[in-house]
Design a protein around this ligand. Structure first.
Ligand SMILES: Nc1ncnc2c1ncn2[C@@H]1O[C@H](COP(=O)(O)OP(=O)(O)OP(=O)(O)O)[C@@H](O)[C@H]1O
Ligand SMILES: [Mg+2]
Length: 243
């Protein structure tokens, strides 16, 4: 991300959301983005996805400028947005079929990722027959099936209950490790950021403070109750004036 800037106009007023953001993310890295509501997390993710154009600056992947959406990036939103008339297997295979893979090939690959997210046995279920956490797993499987190099996640676990969320955080950590993808994760949950990320990007509302980058230098798998984890949480909370 080089000198990324983005403004919106709202009721005749110009709202500057991103101001000259510079950041390099390494292949295979897990970056979390945190900040108060309205600070521009989704906007940044949409720019990275190619769904939104920056006013200034650019995003490059391996040196090539990002222009629109591309198959090396997959986005996972807060709600899984499954097609209700398709089964789990068909939902996951859909993206591959759209890309021209034959049905058998697509479904073979889809089965692999359905297993990976722990949903083996639910291939023939319809979205209405799934819990919220299961539906979100289908969304994750669908994104992984196209084998993106970069996974962009916008509060993927935000709508889940506390218990399911913890389980899914473990799943995401495992999937990230096993698939070797680059993960850029927007989250409200500071503990989730520390649990998953190599670095945390802290954005302030209306550019009240410059973006800050915090290294999460903790061994994996991470233990939420370990003293250094707790200390990191305290440090991140202090970024927001919380204790
Ligand atoms: N298309 C748009 N037109 C006008 N303003 C927009 C548009 N999209 C976003 N904004 C404004 O940009 C600011 C940042 O929005 P964004 O959705 O990126 O915030 P966020 O950090 O993701 O917030 P949240 O944590 O609540 O999801 C907000 O003030 C929002 O009103
Ligand atoms: Mg948002």
């Amino acid at each position: 991300m080089r000198d990324l800037s983005k403004s919106f106009s709202l009721n005749g007023q110009r709202l500057e959301v991103l101001r000259g953001l510079n950041l390099s993310v390494k292949g295979g890295e897990a970056l979390a983005i945190v900040g108060p509501s309205g600070c521009g997390k989704t906007t940044l993710l949409r720019v990275l996805a190619g769904l939104e154009q920056p006013d200034r600056g650019e995003v490059r992947i391996d040196g090539a400028p990002v222009q629109g959406i591309g198959s090396q990036r997959a986005v996972i939103f807060q709600e899984p947005r499954l097609l209700p008339w398709l089964t789990v297997l068909q939902n996951v295979a859909f993206g591959l079929e759209v890309r021209g893979l034959d049905r058998d090939g697509a479904q073979d690959k889809a089965r692999h990722y359905i297993r990976l997210v722990g949903l083996a046995g639910f291939e023939d279920a319809y979205p209405r027959q799934l819990s919220g956490g299961m539906a979100q797993r289908v969304g994750i499987a669908r994104a992984l099936t196209v084998q993106p190099e970069i996974l962009l996640l916008d509060e993927p676990l935000g709508a889940l209950d506390a218990m399911t969320k913890l389980t899914m955080q473990e799943e995401l950590a495992r999937i990230w490790r096993e698939e070797g993808v680059t993960m850029i994760l927007v989250t409200h949950d500071l503990e989730e950021a520390i649990h998953l990320a190599d670095r945390v990007l802290v954005l302030a509302k209306e550019n009240a403070a410059p973006p800050r980058l915090i290294d999460v230098d903790l061994p994996r798998p991470r233990d939420r109750s370990a003293p250094d984890f707790v200390a990191m949480r305290r440090r991140l909370m202090a970024e927001f004036g919380l204790h």
